[in-house]
Structures are given as structure tokens and as C-alpha cells.
Design a protein around this ligand. Structure first.
Ligand code: ADP
Length: 400
């Protein structure tokens, strides 16, 4: 059984074709700049095929992907009929979706109803679903896997904001949380690595990438998470501010005469590690600048670490203790220094990092490792997240 995993952006389409018999990725790639002269980069094993052509919509992009999968140097299947089903990453499932679901007309309508909550993401995800229907036909089963679903279990005390209740009733303004597929995968992986039932564990998962979030997972259930109504909330990220005093927003808007959209762009694209360091949003560049003595780069790293440490403390309090912490995402899987800096401030919880092992295994390269000592009261792991595999597994489970 082969599952196609699709992650559609407004002008991009990322995909993986996974053989579920052995959970092997047969091919993966990305179409960029859909809408004009687009570029498809298709990889199978160590082969890389590039196709540059006009792709006015996601349908032409998906068509190019299908051609790459079935012909030429990057061919991995004989015909499209070998694809059993398609799993889509859908960013916002609102309060409607608490789990992955087979897509039908009602589900499409509900995903569309969630557009006001994710105006940049859901329309793109819908384009991806429609492109699959156009290119692969109506008969192929398609599944939606929501970034928000894992956090749908949060209690109202965690998901409501302290603003007039009518805004929740009128617009469904609340914390939804994102990266749910990753937090679900990583927390289960931690339980497996510990050889324990996830129901008996309190785990904090730190997904540290360009976008970053932390979740408190109690007994396998997300009870709180840092991202909120949108993925802007929480701690400082590559270009996003994370939480701040809401008055900062109105103050800057008034004094700089900015529209809501302009302010939104500053908070989402010009803030965070980029905004403080003035160097880059990329962790590698900022770390390099810091090691060359750039004070603002150092400050950006210190601020991000400090905010992560505070959230871990908050979630340890929210769950009345923790058994494990996991680091994942591009930064969590590659930057031993952040893992060490964070763990150094968690000794009060009984965290004891095996610093030598953590350093020797700075890049975990697809593996999962325990980086705490045998005596550490809290087990600490670096885990390779795999959101595509979760989407493929959910898809297979549902179409079975
Ligand atoms: P996203 O999926 O949110 O775009 P990723 O999970 O791919 O982000 O993480 C991107 C971040 O990971 C970047 O800041 C990048 O610098 C960092 N990163 C990737 N590889 C390394 C590495 N080898 N060392 C340090 N940081 C890394």
C-alpha cells in the first residue's frame, strides 16, 4: 500500500510517497512558485530530478509530481493506481476536528468554515485537496490530518483567553495550538523509548524549528501548548515574536501609523530571533554570529532559551511534575547547545543532562536518543520528528 502525503502551501506543494509495507519513503519533493514558472524538485534515494515549467495552479503542479513518480529518472511506480490514498496536512481544524478524518463534502465544508481562523493556510490546503481530486479522480480516498487536532483535548481553562467571552462565542477566538502531529508523534516516541504506557507519563515536548512550540502532554493528552489562536503565540521563534504584552501591539500601531496587516507582518515576519539579532532567522547563522562576538545575536539566543525554560517550568507546574522532556524540530535535533542551556536551568526539577553524550550527538540524524544521565529524575530525549509518517499512518488506518 502506497500513501501520498501532501502539504500544500499557497504557492508550494510538498509531497512524499511512502510504501507502508516497510514504511519507506519512495520519493519526496517540493513544487515551488506555483502560479508562474514553477520548479519541481523530486528526489528518490540519491537521485534528484528538477523540472521547471509553467504551473498556473496546484493541479498542474500535482500533475508534474505524478509524471515524476511514474516516468523518467525519478520513477518509483508504474501507474497512479498504485497510490492507495492521499493524506493531507491541514493546518486549522478549529473546534470541529479532534482527529484525522476521511475527506468528503461535509469535511470540505467544515475546513472552509475554518478559513477565517487560518486565512493563509487553510485555503492553500484546500487547493491541495482539490488538485488531488482533479488529477487522481474522485474515487481515491483522501484524509485530512489537522495540526490542531492533538490539542483539541485542552481544557477550557487552558484554551480560553481572558477577554470578553462573547468574542469566543462570536468568532471562536481561543487557543488552538499547532504542530499537533509532531507533539503527538514525539510524546508517543518518548513513551516507547521509556518502555512505559503513555497514559502513565507527564511529558513536555519542545518542537524547535523556524516555527516553534512546546506542549504539555499528560497521559497522552495535550493539556496545554504555547501556540494559540495562530502560530504566533508562545516563545520567540525565527521571525515571530511569540507572546508579548498586547499593549505593545497597539502602542506600535498608533505611534508608527500602521495598519493591522502591517503590524501583523512585523510580528510574524520581522520579529523573533531575526528582529532581535538583526542577523538572520536561521539558527545556524545566529549561532555563528554569536560565536564571533555579535552581542545582539547572543542576546537573541539567550532570550529564546530563557523563554523556553520559563514555559517548561510553567508546564511542569500545570501537570504537577514531569517524567520526561523531548527536543525535536530542526533546532532541537541539531543544536546541542540549546538543549544544554535549557537543561542547565532545570536542575530544580531533577533534570541531569549527560553533557558529553549530548555534545557527541549534536546532530541526531534521524535517530532518537536519551541525553539525560541514568540518575536523572526526568528523562530527556532528542527525537527525530516525522510528521509525514504520522499523516501516512493515519491515512492508512482510516482507509483500511
Ligand atoms: P520549519 O519546519 O519550522 O521550517 P525546521 O524544523 O526545518 O523548521 O528547523 C529549521 C531550523 O533548524 C533553522 O533555524 C535551522 O537553522 C535549524 N537547523 C537545521 N539544521 C541545523 C543544524 N545542523 N544546526 C543547528 N541548527 C540547525
Amino acid at each position: 500500500m502506497k500513501i501520498l502525503v501532501v502539504n500544500a502551501g499557497s504557492s508550494s506543494l510538498k509531497y512524499q510517497l511512502i510504501d507502508m509495507e516497510n514504511e519507506q519513503v519512495l520519493a519526496k519533493g517540493n513544487c515551488e512558485r506555483i502560479g508562474s514558472m514553477a520548479l519541481l524538485t523530486h528526489k528518490t534515494g540519491d537521485k534528484k530530478v528538477e523540472v521547471e515549467k509553467e504551473m498556473p495552479t496546484h493541479s498542474e503542479a500535482l500533475d508534474a509530481v505524478m509524471k515524476a513518480l511514474t516516468s523518467g529518472e525519478g520513477k518509483v511506480i508504474d501507474s497512479l493506481s498504485e497510490i492507495t490514498a492521499v493524506g493531507h496536512r491541514v493546518v486549522q481544524g478549529g473546534s470541529e476536528f479532534t482527529a484525522s478524518t476521511i475527506i468528503n463534502d461535509d469535511v470540505m465544508a467544515a475546513i472552509k468554515r475554518c478559513i477565517p481562523l487560518a486565512p493563509l493556510h487553510n485555503p492553500a490546503n484546500i487547493l491541495g485537496i482539490e488538485a488531488c481530486t482533479n488529477v487522481l479522480g474522485k474515487e481515491i480516498p483522501q484524509v485530512a490530518v489537522f495540526d490542531t487536532a492533538f490539542h483539541a483535548s485542552m481544557p477550557s481553562k487552558a484554551y480560553l483567553y481572558g477577554i470578553p467571552y462573547e468574542y469566543y462565542e462570536k468568532y471562536e477566538i481561543r487557543r488552538y495550538g499547532f504542530h499537533g502531529t509532531s507533539h503527538r508523534f514525539v510524546s508517543q516516541k518518548v513513551a516507547d523509548l521509556m518502555g512505559k504506557d503513555i497514559k502513565d507519563l507527564k511529558i513536555i515536548t519542545c518542537h524547535l524549528g523556524n516555527g516553534a512550540s512546546i506542549a504539555a502532554v499528560n497521559g497522552g493528552i495535550s493539556v496545554d501548548t504555547t501556540m494559540g489562536l495562530t502560530p504566533l503565540d508562545g516563545f520567540m521563534m525565527g521571525t515571530r515574536s511569540g507572546s508579548l504584552d498586547p499593549s505593545v501591539v497597539t502602542f506600535i500601531q498608533k505611534n508608527e501609523n500602521l495598519s493591522a496587516d502591517e503590524m501583523d507582518s512585523i510580528l510574524n515576519k520581522k520579529s523573533g530571533v531575526l528582529g532581535i539579532s538583526g542577523v538572520s532567522n536561521d539558527n545556524r547563522d545566529v549561532c555563528e554570529a554569536a560565536s564571533n562576538g555579535n552581542e545582539r545575536a547572543k542576546l537573541a539566543i539567550e532570550m529564546q532559551n530563557y523563554q523556553i525554560i520559563k514555559y517548561i517550568g510553567a508546564y511542569a507546574a500545570a501537570m504537577n511534575g514531569i517524567d520526561a522532556i523531548a527536543f525535536t524540530g530542526g533546532i532541537g535535533e541539531n543544536n546541542y547547545d540549546i538543549r544544554e542551556a535549557v537543561c542547565d536551568s532545570l536542575t530544580y526539577l531533577g533534570v541531569e543532562l549527560d553533557k558529553k553524550f549530548n555534545l557527541e550527538n549534536a546532530h541526531i540524524r534521524g535517530n532518537d536518543i536519551k541525553i539525560s544521565t541514568a540518575d536523572s529524575k526526568v528523562a530527556v530525549f532528542a527525537v527525530s520528528t516525522d510528521e509525514e509518517m504520522v499523516i501516512a499512518k493515519d491515512t492508512l488506518e482510516l482507509v483500511k
